[in-house]
Design a protein around this ligand. Structure first.
Ligand code: ADP
Length: 334
């Protein structure tokens, strides 16, 4: 597991699995993607062939892994799960590919991190359902062609811009998942609360949804934290009051920014006078990996209008100064 997924998923897999939707009909919002996937899957099932390869892109926690599992469930197929960083040698990938059964789904998370030789092997598997495994070294090396059963690759990436052209071209269907609207997260919270047996009021759900950074994984995580608070310090009911008090304890502010988000903004504003500043300098200032800052914090800070990415570096917007309660410096041109 790399830095980014460790940061967002640590210790939460079990609880997440309980509320993870199993079928397309349970998957909340993202109507366009859902509709397109529904057509793709039904079309393929009608013809009795595996559907085209699917690429899902978008920030962490928006439902890519969930959709990959749903694709397999809707097809009634098996699923093999791996990730780009886990495939170090092309032999690892060849072993996985040749062990797939007809119609299986192969899910590769963080596909943009796959090593180059493995990526090239994947091309021929995706296109021709065969791979050439090279045995031996030097002049005596021979390529042994092996058949791969027809399968569907589901690739997920937080950075579709880092995928090579040939890789992207081999996906027949590409979907971008966007941040969720607050109303969709309210619906998601009511569903999760029902499954977890947590009583929740509409106002409680609205409060948590508004602070979830448009992200289902965060909404579910905050729900569990507010539940702890409600059970330990109140009567167990998640209400507006318990949500507000709990989120104060957990340092989640009115916009849903957490410590790291605020640390990034504070560094930008206080240490670099609002920028522009390069990503790696900013990451060092907050003691995080550049990837974590770029993939976990920035998409939401940009979307919330607090940070801008410019060719010269990261810049804090006027809204960032205001959100931190700082006066705008005199003479600042925004
Ligand atoms: P990603 O792979 O994009 O990082 P996941 O698929 O692991 O995100 O989603 C994180 C959690 O959020 C899942 O456990 C799931 O419960 C929840 N989730 C994501 N999208 C939805 C959705 N559309 N409807 C309901 N729950 C969702």
């Amino acid at each position: 597991m790399n830095e980014v997924s460790a940061y967002v998923a640590e210790g939460e897999q079990d609880a997440e699995a309980t509320v993870r939707p199993k079928r397309l009909a349970e998957f909340i919002a993202q109507h366009r993607v859902r509709d397109q996937l529904d057509l793709l899957l039904r079309g393929a099932m009608g013809r009795g062939t595996p559907p085209d390869h699917i690429l899902l892109s978008g920030p962490p926690g928006l439902g890519k892994t969930t959709l990959a599992n749903i694709v397999a469930a809707e097809l009634g197929s098996g699923i093999r799960v791996t990730s780009g960083p886990a495939i170090e040698r092309s032999g690892d990938l060849a072993a996985i590919l040749t062990s797939l059964a007809t119609g299986d789904v192969l899910f590769i998370d963080e596909i943009h991190r796959i090593a180059k030789p493995a990526e090239e092997l994947l091309y021929s598997a995706m296109e021709d359902f065969r791979v050439d495994v090279v045995v031996g070294k030097g002049p005596g090396a021979t390529a042994i062609p092996l058949d791969v059963e027809p399968f569907t690759l589901v690739g997920a990436t937080t950075r579709s811009g880092l995928l090579t052209g040939p890789m992207r071209d081999r996906f027949g269907f590409v979907a971008h998942l966007d941040f969720y609207a607050a109303a969709d997260l309210e619906q998601l919270l009511h569903r999760s609360a029902r499954i977890l047996g947590v009583p929740i009021t509409d106002e409680g759900a609205v409060e948590i949804a508004g602070r979830s950074r448009g992200t289902p994984r965060i909404a579910n995580r905050l729900l569990r934290r507010v539940r702890d608070y409600a059970e330990v310090r109140a009567d167990g009911m998640v209400t507006l009051a318990t949500a507000r008090e709990a989120l104060k304890v957990y340092d989640v502010d009115a916009l849903g920014l957490d410590r790291l988000d605020r640390a990034v903004l504070r560094a930008l504003v206080d240490s670099f006078k609002g920028g522009p500043v390069g990503l790696s300098t900013l990451a060092v200032a907050v003691g995080e990996q550049p990837d974590t800052v770029e993939e976990v914090c920035e998409p939401f800070l940009v979307r919330a209008g607090l940070l801008a990415r410019t060719p010269r570096g990261r810049v804090a917007t006027d809204a960032a100064w205001q959100h931190l309660g700082r006066a705008l410096p005199a003479g600042r041109i925004s």
